[in-house]
Design a protein around this ligand. Structure first.
Ligand SMILES: *[C@@H]1O[C@H](CO)[C@@H](O)[C@H](O)[C@H]1NC(C)=O
Ligand SMILES: *[C@@H]1O[C@H](CO)[C@@H](O)[C@H](O)[C@H]1NC(C)=O
Ligand SMILES: *[C@@H]1O[C@H](CO)[C@@H](O)[C@H](O)[C@H]1NC(C)=O
Ligand SMILES: *[C@@H]1O[C@H](CO)[C@@H](O)[C@H](O)[C@H]1NC(C)=O
Ligand SMILES: *[C@@H]1O[C@H](CO)[C@@H](O)[C@H](O)[C@H]1NC(C)=O
Ligand SMILES: [Zn+2]
Length: 362
């Protein structure tokens, strides 16, 4: 019940503070999810509709940034502390300039370390498992949609020494940023603003066209997962992260003169970096989408669309309590919005900046 409550809370927060959160980290995830959605079979569409809150109508894009929103007081004032355990599930650190992913050394599962590849394995299994109750499976789907996106952002497998690029600071077209944010949001936002009239939907159309033309020959390769237990649901996360590690050394961590970037020197990047790296960003968004779609289809194909949870998650009383608290919360939030509207504009924009910083860490 708690996570049902919090997901509704998040939605309310998103709706209410829409202006302040829009675009920060969410465009990339929404695009990956929307690309995946186009791959879903009829059975998969029904399955995701059954495993998401009713108000999404099975649109996996709508809650694709939920795992980020739950982490921060700005977006989840009520219970962000309860979700801090999930922070480490969004990424994995790799050895500086090793250019490979060494799963044993970089994320030692046997010693209890948790990283994005392990969480992808965890949540594919949980989504497919009818022993999990409805709330747990819904949570698994939301996490899975998000983490497969994260696994395709090269800096979510960035270097340990600079916290995945978060500690490498500099300027992009003269604006202050850090390398991690640049790849999470800044380049994507620039692309959407400049070339697609600030409309993510038009950008999605473009990416889908790229997928069907330029990358048409690659799709079967990208969804090939031939190794080990990961292949069960085609969730080859280790392979995807190995791709990140290579991209990091070849392109992500290199400036416009092909020199390695580091924490000790501020970067100055602009048109050249943007022109050469943007195609990689787009390729990763498309790859993430194609693979997420394939994984969901594979799960549904394996367990069946009518694979109902065997456990009931909450009874009628709990439901009433949930609804009443939601109404109370809504009233509270509406009040809050009314008050914050009266506040001066500068204060709002500084809250905004803080938020973009906090999103850049995972
Ligand atoms: C799904 O939700 C996204 C918002 O994340 C929206 O842009 C998109 O239009 C929705 N898709 C459909 C088919 O309703
Ligand atoms: C991983 O953790 C296990 C258990 O703590 C330990 O025995 C093993 O040496 C670790 N492996 C590496 C590569 O650090
Ligand atoms: C698997 O998911 C559960 C439920 O969200 C979580 O408590 C656990 O830490 C996860 N394990 C790993 C290895 O990600
Ligand atoms: C896509 O396929 C082409 C032709 O087989 C290949 O040259 C290219 O490297 C592939 N690209 C990716 C990113 O896999
Ligand atoms: C998948 O990849 C493996 C090894 O890379 C290869 O042997 C196999 O033929 C591929 N399968 C398909 C269907 O492409
Ligand atoms: Zn994330």
């Amino acid at each position: 019940m708690f996570s049902y409550l919090s997901s509704t809370t998040i939605l309310l927060c998103i709706l209410i503070s829409y202006n302040s959160v829009h675009g920060w980290g969410s465009d990339g995830h929404a695009l990956v999810a929307s690309i995946a959605q186009t791959f879903l079979t009829d059975e998969s569409s029904t399955f995701v509709r059954n495993h998401l809150p009713w108000y999404t109508s099975g649109n996996i894009s709508m809650l694709s940034s939920w795992p980020d929103f739950i982490l921060y007081p700005d977006t989840n004032p009520v219970d962000y502390l309860n979700w801090q355990w999930s922070k480490q599930l969004h990424f994995v650190d790799t050895k500086d300039w090793a250019c490979v992913y060494d799963r044993e050394a970089d994320c030692n599962w046997s010693s209890g370390q948790q990283c994005v590849d392990g969480s992808i394995q965890n949540y594919t299994k949980r989504l497919a498992d009818s022993q999990q109750d409805d709330v747990q499976r819904q949570e698994a789907l939301k996490f899975l949609v998000h983490f497969i996106g994260d696994a395709h952002q090269p800096l979510h497998a960035g270097f340990q020494g600079d916290r995945g690029g978060n500690s490498i600071r500099g300027h992009f077209f003269s604006k202050q940023t850090n390398l991690h944010s640049l790849w999470d949001t800044v380049m994507i936002e620039r692309r959407i603003t400049q070339d697609f009239h600030s409309q993510p939907a038009l950008y999605l159309e473009y990416l889908l066209k790229q997928m069907k033309t330029q990358y048409a020959q690659n799709i079967s390769d990208w969804t090939n997962c031939s190794s080990s237990d990961e292949s069960r649901y085609l969730a080859c996360a280790t392979l995807w992260i190995a791709e990140d590690a290579k991209l990091n050394c070849d392109l992500v961590y290199r400036d416009e003169n092909n020199q390695p970037m580091s924490v000790s020197k501020e970067f100055e990047l602009g048109q050249t970096y943007y022109n050469t790296r943007m195609p990689i960003v787009e390729q990763r968004l498309i790859q993430g989408g194609v693979r997420l779609g394939a994984v969901i289809n594979k799960i549904v194909q394996t367990v069946g669309v009518n694979n109902k949870s065997k456990k009931f998650s909450f009874g009628a009383t709990a439901l009433i309590v949930a609804i009443v608290s939601q109404i109370l919360l809504l009233i509270l939030l509406l009040n809050y919005r009314f008050i914050s509207k009266k506040e001066s504009t500068p204060k709002r924009s500084s809250a905004n900046q803080q938020q973009s910083k906090s999103f850049s860490t995972v």
